[in-house]
Design a protein around this ligand. Structure first.
Ligand SMILES: C[S@@+](CC[C@H](N)C(=O)[O-])C[C@H]1O[C@@H](n2cnc3c(N)ncnc32)[C@H](O)[C@@H]1O
Length: 189
């Protein structure tokens, strides 16, 4: 068993270390529902998850997974782009998870895009509670290309260091564009 887990596992480890029962959290890219189910399992009876996707098929897959685990009553599924997050939420959120790229098993041309991803990260930074975390797993290369990754990497370097700590974790000796993990912690309002 490897000690150094992949980016997705690391994102789960970090998010689970801060999310508590009763928290409000967001899955910005529902996809097949794995992160939504993970978040719904952390927030207890009183918490809630808002889960966004632009594809109805992704939300259907997510709903199915939630029902199988009897977690569907805690989750609001929203068929809209994550760049519109603030149209739905105004309270402080403890964690926002992004998994960039396309829906596994779906249409590879319908992936996340740099401009809307950055808009959504900015909106999430405003909504984030102090010591809340935004996790972003960046898939790139292959059908996803490099544009979104490059735009997001450029953007995160511009984030105000007096209010946010930004971490980038990548695997430097692996082949085939291993996903990169970015975490953003709000340190001050
Ligand atoms: C890599 S998948 C997410 C995987 C997911 N987290 C899971 O556990 O299965 C990326 C998803 O982002 C969605 N997406 C693309 N652009 C979006 C946007 N602007 N707002 C919300 N979701 C978007 C795609 O439809 C796709 O389902």
């Amino acid at each position: 068993m490897c000690i150094l887990k992949n980016s997705l596992n690391q994102s789960h480890q970090i998010v689970s270390s801060i999310v508590e029962k009763g928290d409000l959290v967001i899955d910005a890219t529902a996809g097949n529902g794995n992160d939504t189910v993970f978040l719904a399992g952390l927030i207890g009876k009183e918490g809630s998850v808002y889960s966004f996707d632009i594809q109805q098929s992704a939300l259907n897959a997510t709903q199915q997974k939630l029902m199988e685990k009897q977690l569907d009553d805690k989750v609001r599924l929203i068929h809209d782009g994550h760049q519109n997050i603030k149209n739905y939420i105004s309270e402080p959120v403890k964690a926002v998870m992004f998994n960039l790229g396309y829906l596994p098993g779906g249409d590879h041309s319908i992936g996340t895009k740099g401009n809307t991803t950055i808009e959504a990260i900015k909106a999430s930074m405003e909504l984030l509670a102090v010591h809340g975390i935004i996790s972003i797993v960046v898939y790139y290369g292959g059908d996803s290309g490099f544009d979104e990754k490059n735009e997001v990497m450029d953007f995160i370097k511009t984030i105000d260091c007096k209010k946010f700590t930004v971490m980038r974790m990548d695997f430097v000796n692996q082949i085939n564009c291993p996903p990169i993990l970015i975490c953003i912690e709000k340190t001050k309002e």
